[in-house]
Ligand binder design. Sequence first.
Ligand code: ADP
Ligand code: MG
Length: 193
Amino acid sequence: MVTTKIIEKKDFLRQQMLLKRRAYVKGLSAEDKFNCSLNIYGYLLSFLPNPPKIIACYIPFWDELDSQPFMKRYFDSGCKIALPVITENHTLIFRQWTPESPLIKSSFGNLEPDATASELEPDIFLIPLVAFDARRHRLGYGKGYYDRTLKLLRTTKNVTAIGLAYDMQRVDSIPVEPTDQRLDGIITEKLIY
Ligand code: ADP
Ligand code: MG
């Protein structure tokens, strides 16, 4: 009963924030978006001063913050880049990306590497989101993919999960269920939370 209420609250906030993000991103020029990504890359370098060996990124979907500028930069500096692939049991595995990698449409609609790409085990995860709060709670698209995946990974090793977002995606408080996994950091074009 209590959980049902939380799910309803999440759904309401999700719809509201998707529309808000849509309106905000529509008002940004290509240059504005690129500058937001570059600011975030600068913060990432200070948050993670040691270059990661394998970093999980994402191909932006809908109005997600563009990760391509730092994917290219991390790739050029010798890091291996991994991208999420949705599995049948609603978790994510990660497959290697290079600028030549063929990408295919996932069951969700975003782009993911095909099955020929090697599977990798990243320790650092850059994660898109719909909304967040200053306590590092994340609201996603409502499938729980990252929650299930981070829960599983955190039982066996130390992972660093960093949410990336526009600062306008912050809300006072995200309703949380026991299955929600808190992020280790959230980086926006303005701040590190
Ligand atoms: P998102 O994190 O994408 O916003 P939610 O947190 O709302 O999505 O999760 C969607 C559904 O998946 C929820 O009903 C939640 O109970 C379920 N879920 C999340 N993590 C797990 C898990 N580890 N095991 C089982 N169900 C889970
Ligand atoms: Mg969740």
